[in-house]
Design a protein around this ligand. Structure first.
Ligand code: SF4
Length: 459
């Protein structure tokens, strides 16, 4: 079996990390990574179910691959990730040329499944149990943790890495498919996380981002003792070589004083908090089953600002959720105006099959109203982002240089000096001209211009 692998990743950081781990495992099994499906013998799509648009993208990619499979029946086409868990048979019905469907809780099986397909054993499916299929522990076990050893070759950069500290989610927000496709909330043992971060540090990694759907709900167990995120941050803080530690995504109700204290007192911990609010209206928050009111969110924000005044807070919002009136929407606008987020990710609501909101409530906000609210909220946020960035003008900031900027890659810039991009400790993007040799270094840069999204700097 020839082993040239192409993988395309759609969706969130969880998927990006899963793809990295899949690549690491398959490189170990003798595969070679290629950058175009045409050159590959095994083509994997790691999929997302959070929005319809993401699913449409996968089906159109599978449509294109149908012709590839017709001409090269020996090529293996696999669908991994959340859509695999959610849609299984539907994927085979809509794309019968698919050889392999593997849910996010079954990725450890992938090398064996690929071998079975190659050996002519026909299409393979491996998914976890449905959330209601049995006792919690049985369902949990079916979402097997997937954490093979980290490999520099599988990562986009040597100097930064994501580290999963939790799997799944138990919050069941009514609009969200994640608890069904990623399974019950499970925290990884702290010793395992610590060993992984040490391994990354030995590989030259300077910055780790701890990820979980609700990362601040982390509850690891060590020698019978509960380890909270704040305790874990303290343990990781002691690892030589690691210079920055970030954590995403936070759940508003779990932004506890011990965590804020850790962010304030541990110099390696980024004072950056991504805490999605989703709406500023209590009626909408109740229908979303978010578990807090707008007032409680404001109080949480005040606690962050008080404990970590130099910190940056970002948020997510859904506009046009079921039953959202103009008055509800204006409450969201008011929350954004007051909160002075560094930036916000704003989405138009679209019902997802398999979620509570798709069953319980009518998707009754017209598309053009959703669009208008999306644009209005974005304009308010962008004006605030620009104002929040402006005071950086003339200051010197410390950044971790990540690599050539998107524009530089698009222009295929050659030569030693290119446009580079880096991030401040509070996750602000800085773009500047500099030698490639700076990649992976933490350096001071003077800010000479700002806009809503970027600081422009000079070394
Ligand atoms: S907290 Fe809510 S929105 Fe976030 S992953 Fe869990 S269910 Fe989805």
């Amino acid at each position: 079996m020839s082993k040239r692998l192409y993988i395309e990743t759609i969706g969130c950081q969880m998927n990006v990390l899963d793809s990295e781990l899949v690549v690491a495992r398959l490189l170990e099994a003798g595969y070679q990574l290629v950058d175009h499906p045409r050159r590959a013998d095994t083509i994997l799509l790691n999929t997302c179910s959070v929005r319809q648009h993401a699913e449409d993208k996968v089906y159109s990619a599978l449509g294109r691959l149908k012709h590839v499979k017709e001409h090269h029946p020996e090529k293996i086409i696999g669908v991994l990730g959340c859509m695999a868990q959610k849609d299984r048979e539907l994927i085979f019905r809509r794309a019968p040329h698919v050889d392999l469907v593997v849910g996010p809780g079954q990725l450890a099986q992938l090398p064996a499944l690929l071998e079975r397909v190659a050996a002519g054993e026909g299409p393979q499916v491996e998914v976890s149990l449905d959330r209601k299929a049995g006792h919690r522990q049985v369902v949990e076990e079916s979402f097997a943790p997937y954490d093979p050893a980290r490999s520099v070759e599988a990562r986009h950069g040597r100097h930064q890495a994501m580290v999963r500290i939790m799997f799944g989610c138990d919050k069941f927000c009514t609009f969200c498919i994640v608890p069904s496709v990623r399974g019950p909330e499970q925290s990884r043992p702290p010793a395992q996380i610590e060993a992984e971060v040490r391994q990354l540090a030995d590989q030259g990694c300077l910055e780790v981002t701890l990820i979980g759907q609700t990362v601040n709900s982390y509850r690891g167990i060590d020698a019978g003792r509960t380890v909270r995120l704040s305790d874990l941050l303290e343990r990781l803080h002691g690892i030589d070589g690691i210079r920055r530690i970030k954590f995403v995504t936070n759940y508003p109700r779990h932004m506890t004083p011990d965590l804020l204290q850790a962010a304030r007192d541990l110099p390696k911990v980024s004072p950056y908090f991504h805490v999605p609010a989703q709406s500023g209206s209590n009626a909408v928050l109740r229908r979303m089953k978010r578990g807090y009111t707008a007032e409680e969110y404001r109080q949480m924000l005040a606690r962050i600002r008080e404990a970590v005044p130099q910190g940056a807070v970002t948020s997510d919002f859904i506009v046009g959720f079921c039953g959202e009136t103009e008055e509800d929407f204006q409450k969201t606008v008011a929350l954004v105006r007051e909160s002075r987020f560094k930036n916000s990710f704003i989405f138009k609501y679209s019902p997802r099959p398999g979620t509570k909101s798709a069953v319980l409530y009518a998707d009754d906000v017209p598309e053009e109203v959703k669009r208008r609210r999306n644009n209005e909220l974005l304009a308010v946020q962008n004006a605030i982002s620009a104002e929040e960035n402006r005071p950086y003008l003339g200051r010197t900031v410390e950044i971790l240089v990540e690599g050539p900027s998107k524009a530089s890659r698009r222009r295929a810039e050659e030569g030693e000096v290119v446009q580079l991009t880096g991030r401040t400790v509070c996750d602000r993007i800085v773009v500047f001209e500099g030698p490639r040799a700076l990649v992976g270094r933490i350096i001071p840069v003077s800010v000479i211009q700002t806009d809503a999204f970027t600081l422009f700097g000079k070394v």
